[in-house]
Design a protein around this ligand. Structure first.
Ligand SMILES: [Zn+2]
Length: 206
């Protein structure tokens, strides 16, 4: 689960990662792709989709994971995939021209679990991500809001993929896997996984 960070990071003092320990050696070669099968309640703007794909490629390459995107509507029974995650984008994946007020304490995305086990099924709450991204924009960034929303969606979804690929409910101490991110961290030019968290995703797959 990922929330918007709107309070001082005191809770980080008490967070302890119980995930698998990170591996020290270098990263392996890119392996078989991780297939993201997505369903959208409403279509994404072209700039949003392009930037989401670009940013996701960059983030997941830190864990040597190659991502392929498929629409649920294109997916037929019997289609063979190596590694599949279902992703549902709920709400409106578009930043509204007029302000929308939402409770910022709610999650921006979450991943389903069963008996403590992380399942490959995530939901992204587009309206909350849009409000968080919009709240951090300044100056000329408003002119690129569709693109910046795509970047924010990629980081929110990559956070959930960390839980799935890392097979853990705990959070990282820094970077995309942290428990809560600020609006600025969602849209800034560069914001990555902590290398230890990226390695955790690889280790859990061994
Ligand atoms: Zn989380």
């Amino acid at each position: 689960m990922l929330r918007l960070r709107t309070w001082p990071p005191l809770f980080l003092l008490f967070s302890v990662a119980f995930c698998l320990s990170a591996r020290a050696e270098g990263l392996p070669e890119l392996t078989a792709p991780l297939t993201l099968v997505i369903s959208l309640e409403r279509p994404l703007p072209a700039e949003t989709e392009a930037e989401m794909h670009r940013e996701m490629d960059k983030l997941m390459s830190q864990a040597s994971i190659r991502v392929e995107w498929r629409q649920l509507s294109d997916f037929s029974a019997g289609t063979e995939v190596h590694d599949l995650v279902l992703v549902k984008f709920r709400g409106t994946c578009r930043i509204q021209a007029t302000p929308v007020f939402l409770d910022e304490r709610g999650p921006m995305a979450f991943t389903h679990t069963s008996d403590g086990e992380v399942l490959p099924f995530s939901e992204v709450l587009c309206d909350r991500v849009g409000v968080a991204a919009h709240s951090a924009m300044a100056g000329g960034e408003f002119g690129h809001r569709d693109e910046l929303l795509g970047r924010a969606l990629a980081r929110v979804l990559a956070h959930e993929l960390y839980h799935i690929k890392g097979k853990c409910n705990e959070h990282g101490r820094s970077g995309v896997a942290r428990k809560a991110l600020t609006g600025r961290e969602l849209i800034s030019r560069t914001f990555d996984f902590d290398p230890a968290d990226a390695r955790r995703m690889i280790k859990a797959d061994d």
